[in-house]
Design a protein around this ligand. Sequence first.
Ligand code: SAH
Length: 454
Amino acid sequence: MAQPAVIKNQDLEVTVQDLTYEGMGVAKVAGFPLFIEDALPGEKMQVHVLKVQKQYGFAKVVKRLTDSPDRVAGADGAYIRTGIAPLSILAYPAQLKFKQHQIEELYKKAHLAIDVLSTIGMKHPLGYRNKAQVPVRMVNGELQTGFYKKHSHDLVPIEDFLIQDPKIDHAIVVVRDLLRKYKVPAYDERTNRGVVRNIMVRRGRATHQMMIVLVSRTWQLPHLKDIVEEMTLALPEVTSVVVNLNDKRTNVILGRKSKTIYGQDYLLDKLLGSEFQISPVSFYQVNPVQTEVLYTQAIEAAGLTGKETVIDAYSGIGTISLTMARHAKHVYGVEVVESAVRDAQANAARNHIKNVTFEVGKAEDVIQKWKDADLPVDVLMVDPPRKGLDKSFIDAVGYMKPPKYRLRFLQSGNIGAGFAIVAAGFGYTPKQTQPVDMFPQTQHIESITAMTLN
Ligand code: SAH
């Protein structure tokens, strides 16, 4: 490894060569990498060194001397400082190439040959998020909503979140103004005092229903009745208002207990012709337009004919399970969040789908049970959270492989390559992977990989 070729507070001129997986520019000074925010490959700039560590350092732009042809003019620095949209400075076609390239690099490092297809992007890659979770804090004596500056708890007040449904942005401003009007104290994390910690809003893209969740440190929320009355008047799409209790000193946003104080206990939305109910703490894909693309690709890659037994691990509210059930013999879903499993069961009934079974539990435990019961699995679908698959899950899958059946693995998420490598050890070959851009303007990448038993 190169010795640090720079020192703290040094000013120098560099040319950016690459982008990290987090979307920061990388410039090398005598082989020593410097990470720079708001910097694109090819750009020359004067930078100031902020921090030097053993293997890399951080610098900030003092003056940009040249612009990349892929730079988006007039991008707002707040989206980079907060990490809301670190790639918003990069033209969208270049973002799609960046994501494809990142996946290629992952597989290359693992010495696995695979065809990485072009990323499927969005026609309108802004305002796509159907969900917002914004902190509520006092800033200079005024209650504000916005987002934290990266690696800090300093709130940057924001009204236009760029990638959220503008109707959601508007709702947050309405709620913020009502909290101000009724002088509801914002939460203070230093003292664990105050009341409202977060506002969560979900809006059904197909149904235009809106759910507002006030995350509160106490059940006693001053003037709640007036606030709800004014809120529902100002926002006619609101079909439910929920108070979620979170009284702990924690970074976790939602607490375990919720009370519906207006309307339904859940939000309704539609995907690929099915209707889904979504409870406040259940997972629901945040980009509904691309979710339909992702699911369609996944089902196609699974090659379902109507005869297959399918496991959908990490099944959430059953969106993939129920969509696949229409093309399979039976689908078994497993999910750890109880309310999500209740949603999934209700969603099966709501859509008159009978060939599904949902179980509450950890995928790594339940798969063991299914393996012991010799469940004749043809297709295994996994869509795990970011931390990826548990080793015991992968092992169970490896020993489950029924000789008569071809197994296919579908994997989305940036841990896909890791999973593909392990699965290759069990005799599965990934042939190609299809990135789908679920999170435009951000560094996040998802890709579908189908693997077949050799
Ligand atoms: N496939 C679903 C949900 C994907 S998100 C969809 O497309 O909507 C991942 C889900 O895995 C979440 O619902 C989360 O609650 C669940 N989960 C996290 N850890 C788990 C585990 N160990 N076992 C089972 N489910 C888990």
